[in-house]
Design a protein around this ligand. Structure first.
Ligand code: ZN
Length: 408
């Protein structure tokens, strides 16, 4: 009945647009799932189909729906006369991100140093929702220190939080764990620096974030639409750099389970190279993955590939990973000095930016504004905070009187 009501209203208000978000909630294929399906949902879907059929072309109602899962929709929904046009909306490019940031930042008072274009450039791969989250987090960072506007540094900290997870400074790590993490992450970074075509390294940290004990983040300089064979191989080598570092410094018998997610990532890349991108001469340009691939790209293996082929796939995947491991080992052996220096710097400063990583590797001193042992607290404002009681000067771009950062 709610579907009927909706269409009644639409007819009354025609011409109009009906927008249904997350259409897959009601639009999933009928007759699948437990117990033959969900009655209420199926009735809703049936009614929707009926209403869409009942339309006269001249009624002036346009129905638009959105979903992340076009693959699970009931085929009847996609027939001509119903949702018969599909528009793919990929993640925004750098221009799109700047505009989206502009929309979300409208209600947030921005400091004079904030340049949305720079933020857009530093967030490749972010979706619209990620960007909304970023602005929100930045506003919260400013609010937390009682500042009435959001600075570029807030955005930088918010970006780290969104990309790497929240810092868990309270997590207790022993000195040994810290040292191991420092060498592990330094291993990633040094290999990442020396492999060809790798994205510049943005940050390295040994402060636990989310579920990771440490992290090295590299960021592409621009939006990427295709990736070369060499770059994939470099990614594998860099991901192996952590485990290789543990092995070289602490010995094979002291390797930890900390490389599990690295290994997961490496296997995924190597498998995709072999089964999807035609990067293996032995297997040629055949798509072995698509048949068994779910929409979101997870590979389930097996399927209708012959056992011999499957064996060959495994062999080739293994070869790519082994080559990456060897490459990482070569780099970390040849550049052992840089590896040591970077690990030491990480132990001292805990978090290093891209330029600081380079300095540390070269053995140049890292200058930080404050000379205490602590890493600069993320809340340190780069611009003097305006006391809450004082009325801030109005800045260009602030059209309304609402000066509070508004988490939405
Ligand atoms: Zn790692």
């Amino acid at each position: 009945s709610r579907v009927r009501d909706m269409f009644e209203q639409a007819k009354k208000n025609a011409p109009c647009i009906v927008f249904i978000d997350e259409i897959d909630a009601v639009g999933r294929s009928r007759g699948v799932g437990y117990g033959g399906g969900n009655d209420e949902r199926e009735q809703t879907l049936n009614q929707l189909l009926v209403e869409m059929d009942g339309f006269e072309a001249n009624e002036g109602i346009i129905i638009v729906a959105a979903t992340n899962r076009p693959d699970v929709l009931d085929p009847a929904l996609l027939r001509p006369g119903r949702f018969d046009r599909q528009v793919q909306v990929p993640n925004p490019d750098v221009k799109g991100r700047e505009k989206i940031l502009g929309v979300h930042a409208r209600k947030v008072p921005l400091g004079p140093d904030v340049d949305l274009r720079i933020i857009a450039r530093g967030t490749p791969g972010f979706s619209g929702a990620d960007l909304a989250n970023l602005v929100n987090e930045a506003a919260l960072m400013a609010a937390r220190v009682g500042r009435r506007f959001v600075t570029m540094e807030d955005f930088e900290n918010a970006k780290d939080k969104v990309m790497m997870g929240a810092e868990r400074r309270s997590m207790v790590m022993t000195e040994d764990e810290k040292k191991l993490t420092a060498y592990h992450e330094a291993g990633h970074a040094v290999v990442g620096y020396y492999v060809p075509q790798h994205d510049p390294i943005h940050k390295a940290t040994i402060i636990p974030r989310g579920r990771a004990l440490g992290l090295v983040l590299s960021l592409p300089e621009r939006d990427q639409y295709s990736v070369t064979y060499t770059k994939y191989k470099s990614k594998i080598a860099m991901a192996m750099g952590g485990k290789v570092a543990e092995e070289l410094i602490f010995g094979k018998e002291n390797i930890t389970s900390g490389a599990a997610s690295d290994i997961q990532q490496v296997s995924k890349i190597a498998r995709a190279m072999v089964t999807q991108f035609g990067f293996s001469d032995a297997l040629g340009n055949v798509d072995y993955a698509n048949e068994q691939q779910s929409y979101l790209g997870s590979y389930s293996g097996g399927g209708n590939v012959s056992p011999e082929t499957q064996e060959k796939i495994d062999e080739e995947v293994r070869k790519l990973v082994d080559e990456g491991y060897a490459e990482a080992k070569r780099i970390l052996t040849e550049h052992a000095d840089e590896h040591h220096r970077l690990a030491e710097a990480l132990l001292e400063y805990e978090t290093l930016t891209g330029p600081e990583i380079l300095k540390a590797m070269k053995g140049e001193p890292i200058h930080r504004g404050d000379d205490d042992d602590e890493t600069p607290a993320p809340s340190t404002p780069s611009i003097t905070a305006i006391p809450k009681t004082k009325k801030p000067k109005s800045k260009p771009g602030d059209d309304t009187g609402g000066m509070e950062p508004e988490p939405t």
